[in-house]
Write a protein that binds this ligand. Structure first.
Ligand code: NAD
Length: 458
C-alpha cells in the first residue's frame, strides 16, 4: 500500500467548495456565537440504530428541552418497538418506525419532517447514513467514528458544505468534567505553551464482549474489524479531548502521523477461552495488533501520542497527560473516585518537584458548562457512568440547533478525528512511515476562533 496520500485524497474537497459557492449555499460556520438568541423551535429528531448505545442516546434525547423523537429506525423491529414505547412514556406520542432493512434510513430521511438524524449503528454505516440525512436536508449527528476511510471523511465534509447542513460526531469524552477542566486550564495558560499530549483508548472488548464474538461462534461486527485492519481503530475518545485542548482546526492542525502496532495475540487467545482450542476463530489470523501507538505532530509543533488497545486484558482507562512549557497534568479522565481510576494530578509550580490534586482546581477553573449545568445533568442522566457527560453533550448539540446555530463540534472535527484510523493503517503497513494529514478545513483552521468549545449554548 502506498503510504502517501494521493493528490485526490489530499485535495478531495476542492470541487465541492466551487459547487457550494456557485450555488450560493451556506457554508457551516466553524464558530458558535456567544450572544443569547431566542429559542424558536422544537427540534424533531430521527434515531437510526437502537442497540446498546442508541438506547442510551435516545433516552438522553428525551431528557432535553424542546426535543421530540419523531422517527426511529433499526434492522430489528423489536428494537424500534421498544424505542416507540420509551418515546410514548415520555409523553411525545408514537414515533414512526422504519425497519425494512439496511437502507430503510433513506426512506426515513426522505419521508419524515426531521431537523436532525442521530446515528448509532455499527461503524460501517455511519457515513452513508449521515450523507443521506444531509442530502435530505437534515443535520446529522453520528456515534464514533464518523468515517472509516479518508474518502468517507471528505464525503462528509463535502456533503456538509454542499448542503449547508451540519454533521457532528457525538464524541462524549470531550464532555468529561476533567476534560473540560483541563481545556479551561490550557486555554487560561496554566501550562504555558503546549508541548506534548498523551491519551489512551484502553479497554477489554473481549471480556466485555463488545461485539467481538457472537453466541453462534462467528465474529461480531467489531470482531470483523479487528480481523481485517491493523490501525488505531478507535481513536476519537483519545484524540477528541486532545484536539479540543490543542485548538486543532481552530488555530492549529495535524500535519502528519506515524504509527506502529504490536503483534496480534488477544483475539485468538480470547476465542480459545470462549470456544475452545479447536474452534475456527481460535485458529484463524487477526490483523489488529493488540497495542497500537500513533504519534501526531501539529503545525504549531505540538506532539501527541495515542494508545489504542481493546483486545488484550486491561481495565478501561481514559488516561491522559498534558505537558506544557511550565506545567503538566495527568490521570484518568473519568471523574469518579475509587480504585478503578488513576488519580488526577497536576503541577503548575514552574519547578516541577511534586504533584498537586487536579480536583482542587474545580473551585476556580471548572468549565462553565459543568459549573452551570452539572447538577441538572446529574439529575437527568440516563445511565450512571456516562449519563452526566452524555446529557451535557446532547444539551450543547440540540440547544445550538434549536437556535439555528453551529454546534460546538463540527464536520471538520468529525473528519479529522476519524481520519486517524485510515492514516495510521497506512503507516503501520509501511514500517511506520510518516503519513501527511489532509487539511479538511482547507485553510480555515488558521482563522477559526476557539470560542465554540468554551461557550455554554443559551
Ligand atoms: N460514545 C460512547 O461512549 C460509545 C459507547 C458504546 C458504543 N459507541 C458507538 O456506538 C455505535 C453503536 O454501538 P453499539 O454497541 O450500540 O452497537 P449495537 O450493535 O448494539 O447497535 C447497533 C444497532 O444498529 C442497528 N443497525 C445496524 N445497521 C443498521 C442499518 N443499516 N439501519 C438501521 N439500523 C441498523 C443494529 O440492528 C443494532 O440495533 C458504535 O459506533 C460504537 O462505537 C459509543
Amino acid at each position: 500500500m502506498d503510504p502517501r496520500l494521493t493528490r485526490r485524497e489530499m485535495l478531495a474537497g476542492c470541487g465541492a467548495v466551487g459547487i457550494g459557492l456557485a450555488m450560493g449555499t451556506a457554508q457551516p460556520a466553524l464558530g458558535l456565537r456567544n450572544d443569547p438568541v431566542a429559542v424558536s423551535k422544537e427540534l424533531k429528531v430521527g434515531v437510526v440504530g437502537i442497540g446498546r448505545r442508541g438506547s442510551t442516546l435516545l433516552r438522553g434525547l428525551l431528557q432535553q428541552d424542546g426535543v421530540r423523537v419523531a422517527a426511529v429506525c433499526d434492522l430489528m423491529p423489536q428494537r424500534t418497538a421498544q424505542a416507540q414505547g420509551w418515546v410514548e412514556e415520555a409523553g411525545q406520542g408514537e414515533p414512526a418506525a422504519y425497519t425494512r432493512g439496511e437502507t430503510d434510513y433513506v426512506r426515513m430521511c426522505e419521508h419524515e419532517d426531521l431537523d436532525l438524524v442521530v446515528v448509532a449503528t455499527d461503524w460501517k454505516s455511519h457515513t452513508p447514513i449521515c450523507v443521506a440525512a444531509m442530502k435530505a436536508g437534515k443535520h446529522a449527528a453520528t456515534e464514533v467514528p464518523a468515517a472509516l476511510t479518508v474518502a468517507e471523511c471528505w464525503q462528509l465534509v463535502n456533503t456538509a458544505e454542499q448542503t449547508g447542513r451540519q454533521c457532528v460526531m457525538l464524541e462524549n469524552y470531550c464532555y468529561f468534567r476533567h476534560a473540560m477542566l483541563t481545556m479551561n486550564l490550557v486555554h487560561r495558560g496554566a501550562f504555558g505553551q503546549l508541548l506534548h499530549l498523551e491519551g489512551r483508548t484502553q479497554e477489554n472488548w473481549i471480556t466485555e464482549n463488545w461485539h467481538i464474538f457472537e453466541e453462534d461462534g462467528t465474529l461480531g461486527w467489531c470482531g470483523e474489524a479487528m480481523a481485517r485492519r491493523d490501525a488505531n481503530q478507535y481513536p476519537t475518545h483519545a484524540v477528541g479531548p486532545m484536539a479540543m485542548w490543542a485548538d486543532i482546526n481552530r488555530g492549529d492542525r495535524f500535519e502528519y502521523l506515524v504509527s506502529m502496532s504490536s503483534k496480534a495475540v488477544g483475539m485468538a487467545q480470547g476465542a480459545k477461552q470462549r470456544f475452545g482450542d479447536g474452534h475456527a476463530l481460535a485458529k484463524r489470523e487477526y490483523a489488529q495488533g493488540d497495542a497500537n501507538t500513533t504519534l501526531l505532530r501539529t503545525a504549531n509543533g505540538v506532539t501527541m501520542c495515542l494508545y489504542f488497545g481493546g483486545t488484550a486484558p486491561q481495565p478501561w482507562s481514559p488516561w491522559f497527560r498534558v505537558q506544557g512549557s511550565t506545567g503538566t497534568v495527568a490521570g484518568d479522565l473519568y471523574d469518579a473516585s475509587g480504585e478503578r481510576w488513576m488519580d488526577k494530578k497536576i503541577d503548575t509550580s514552574g519547578h516541577g518537584r511534586r504533584w498537586g490534586n487536579l480536583a482542587d482546581r474545580l473551585e476556580t477553573d471548572d468549565h462553565p458548562l459543568w459549573a452551570e449545568l452539572g447538577e441538572t445533568a446529574r439529575l437527568k442522566r440516563v445511565r450512571n457512568w456516562s449519563g452526566t457527560y452524555d446529557y451535557l453533550m446532547l444539551y450543547q448539540l440540540t440547544q445550538a440547533l434549536r437556535r439555528g446555530r453551529a454546534a460546538p463540534m463540527n464536520v471538520y472535527d468529525a473528519a479529522t478525528w476519524s481520519a486517524v484510523t485510515a492514516l495510521s493503517e497506512r503507516s503501520v503497513a509501511n514500517r511506520s512511515r510518516p503519513i501527511d494529514f489532509p487539511d479538511f478545513t482547507r485553510g480555515k483552521w488558521k482563522t477559526t476562533p476557539r470560542e465554540s468549545m468554551d461557550a455554554v449554548v443559551r
